[in-house]
Design a protein around this ligand. Sequence first.
Ligand code: NAD
Ligand code: UDP
Length: 315
Amino acid sequence: MRILVAGGAGFIGSHLCDYLIAQGHFVTAVDNCITGRAKNVAHLAENDRFSLLELDVTEAFSWQGDAVFHLASPASPEGYLRHPFETLRVNSVGTDVLLALARENGAKFLFASTSEVYGDPLVHPQAETYWGNVNPIGPRACYDEGKRFGEAVTMEYVRQHEVDARIIRIFNTYGPRNDPGDGRVVPNFIAQAVLGQPITIYGDGTQTRSFCYVEDLVRGMTAAMFSANTQGEVFNLGNPDERTIREFADIVVRLTGTDVPVVHKPLPADDPKRRRPDISKANSRLGWAPAIDLEEGLGKTIAYFRQELPLQESR
Ligand code: NAD
Ligand code: UDP
């Protein structure tokens, strides 16, 4: 198949490109590198089934093919707070542009949404049927509401134009190629531990997240795209293994073999208190479940950071 990966030079997008290339597909990654890094896919440059085009998906472009994965968007709180208008535009205008391209090609489409559409959830764990508790005017709204618009426009292309589209809601995902500087908890804690700096816990660390290893996520994404009867469906994809941020800090300290202290910093506005995916739908409809546990996934991620961090320091 000829497959377009929007956001292909990003963290998750680059792993998706690897997977699709390994499956024998022809892959075009498009990215404006606003938060991604071309070096994430540099190892694919010599492969004649892969190309990277530097472009902004909020402007129409031409492409011919069979399937479109839309992952283009700043994703870390620091990233979208730095680029609020770009985040709103890529999830609204950009999603419309990519859906129109899929429609023109009769191609399949997948929109990468987020657990942030549940906001600070009042229901726990979160199933796809929950409508969420989002602050529409807070600092995170550019991302949360941008993604909610992206979901709405995706569903209209399904209803009005019969595009073969689906939505996945990704819960906190980590792994090699996480940008060490993007401010998310996994890269922050690992970089701090590896560099011998204090671990920065925001708030008292009792808030929870559930962390999914990137290779598990990529298997789930491709299952959602290519399994039968998934048009117009929404799937949570994440690992239900829920941890407090305090507990997560202790695990990172133990696995890196360091003894750095913990410091507390203020909790960002509207930071969700609890988050855990209900993945029963993905499990029953796609036969999907994560296979890599937190310690194994963190081991691989720490190994990547140990290689990467000296390069970052000298950049
Ligand atoms: P990332 O920032 O590493 O990747 C996103 C990519 O999109 C970047 O390479 C960026 O440069 C590109 N991009 C942004 N705007 C663009 C535009 N207008 N035109 C072209 N390219 C553009 O982030 P990621 O963690 O790999 O996230 C990928 C997708 O998954 C995002 O849509 C994100 O919202 C979603 N998601 C990620 C997580 C997670 O835990 N990583 C959780 C929920 C949802
Ligand atoms: N967090 C933290 N220290 C950090 C970075 C993040 O305690 O250095 C917390 C953050 O406040 C949130 C959780 O870790 O409660 C996950 O944050 P992240 O930015 O990774 O993703 P989010 O789930 O908030 O989008």
